[in-house]
Design a protein. Structure first.
Length: 442
């Protein structure tokens, strides 16, 4: 009883202005992801694109895994005109958000049946702009509040992020069905849907304009000229962030980086084929949208809030371990669903469990990554971590279509569940060997 009372008292933290701003920016970050990763596969499958090609097409999302390559720009490059008006973080946020809106609108005028390559080009632009937005939202979130508020910010960010993913998945399917004039494939319906999604990015843009620029502990060198200035920038922006992480964690850094690289392997590899699976199993857009909208949203909110509360009560690593177990277990539920055919009750159970586990796991993972960064290299280090999180899963996920064609859906889901074992092993090792190091500037 005391646990419930203390948990309810802790909810007031989610109504602070900084937390609400991060919630909206989290929404802005989560919306583009499904438009290039999840729901796009539904559109492509309806348009007649093969499962193998859809799997390869998912490599567009590798932009998120390589964002660390340009993340130093966010820490050390001033955008002309915008920097003087908005400051470093908000100027980068505004530029990336405007580009995201433009790219989504461009995809809305594309036809994958006539020119799949052009669709891919716009999707790549969207992915790069979205990844750049993620870099700066993460940095903004970490810099805008002290360590004591980071768990709440992570939960708020995740809630907004997951709600946007629900809108960009279930919402787009519902809109595509609403706009459709028939029962078959309707290009115009999909185009109107993507145009609507472009408009849904506006709240994040307005939040950027109305928010306060956070204080920064970034260090800069301004006395060098020409090529020496460039070398100094590379040393400060790129090399120093890598060196700092290795110096702080020493050999334990290998365990940490290994966990980051495989924690979401099971979840992402399965996710590439999820919507394709729904189409092949005969589920309609309305069915997927309705179940995701009701049970998916409820379980996402519950998982995100529960994850933040559990982290405060039991610590990050324990909940990280719990999230990894739950994520792998839900893949086994998909394996069961594949043997049942068109079954709405089981679909509801699977989607509910998947969203609940994702909420808990992602909340813990965001909090864990945030605890690793040094505030002197906020954007760069967090971008490296979050990019590494996606690199291996996205690469393996590109072969998921071929795996389904070779193994069938049932065996594919079982294999994807087994991919969660390395993460569980590494968390146990980290809990035993890794020292606790504060994530503030030295």
């Amino acid at each position: 009883m005391s646990f419930i009372i203390s948990s309810l008292r802790g909810l007031h933290i989610y109504f602070q202005r900084r937390v609400l701003s991060i919630f909206i920016l989290g929404f802005s970050s989560g919306l583009p992801l499904m438009l290039v990763f999840g729901v796009l596969s539904f559109w492509l499958r309806e348009a007649g694109v093969s499962r193998a090609d859809i799997g390869y097409f998912s490599w567009v999302a590798l932009a998120y895994a390589f964002k660390w390559l340009w993340s130093p720009l966010a820490d050390h490059l001033k955008i002309p005109f915008l920097h003087a008006w908005l400051g470093r973080r908000r100027s980068w946020l505004l530029l990336s958000q405007v580009t995201v809106i433009t790219a989504i609108a461009a995809m809305a005028f594309s036809d994958p049946q006539q020119n799949l390559a052009l669709m891919a080009v716009f999707a790549v632009i969207l992915a790069f702009a979205s990844a750049t937005q993620d870099i700066n939202v993460d940095a903004f979130r970490i810099e805008t509040a002290p360590d004591t508020l980071q768990a709440a910010l992570a939960a708020a960010y995740l809630t907004g992020y997951r709600l946007a993913m629900i809108l960009a998945s279930a919402g787009t399917l519902w809109l595509a069905a609403l706009y459709s004039t028939g029962t078959g494939y309707d290009l115009t319906a999909w185009q109107l849907t993507y145009a609507t999604m472009a408009l849904c990015m506006l709240p994040g843009l307005f939040t950027t304009l109305l928010s306060k620029e956070p204080n920064s502990q970034l260090k800069h060198g301004t006395t060098q000229e020409g090529r020496f200035k460039l070398l100094l920038w590379l040393k400060t922006a790129v090399l120093a962030s890598f060196i700092d992480f290795i110096v702080r964690y020493k050999w334990h850094a290998l365990l940490i980086l290994s966990l980051i690289s495989c924690y979401r392997l099971s979840d992402i590899v399965m996710g590439v084929m999820a919507n394709t699976f729904y189409v092949d199993m005969g589920y309609s857009k309305e069915e997927i949208a309705s179940i995701s909208k009701v049970f998916g949203v409820i379980m996402t909110l519950l998982g995100a809030a529960l994850g933040g509360i559990l982290i405060n009560q039991f610590g990050i690593l324990r909940i990280l371990f719990l999230g990894a177990i739950l994520s792998a277990a839900t893949n086994l539920l998909f394996a069961v669903l594949s043997t049942l055919g068109h079954d709405l009750i089981w679909l509801t159970v699977v989607i509910s469990a998947d969203n609940l586990s994702a909420g808990i796991a992602t909340s813990a993972f965001i909090a864990y990554l945030s605890s690793l960064v040094n505030l002197a290299f906020t954007a760069t280090q967090y971008a490296i971590f979050s990019s590494l999180m996606l690199l291996l899963p996205k690469f393996v996920g590109g072969f998921s279509g071929v795996m389904v064609q070779s193994l069938g859906y049932n065996q594919f889901f079982i294999v994807s569940a087994l991919l969660g074992i390395p993460a569980l092993t590494l968390i146990l090792l980290l809990n035993k060997f890794t020292p606790r190091i504060k994530n503030t500037a030295n």
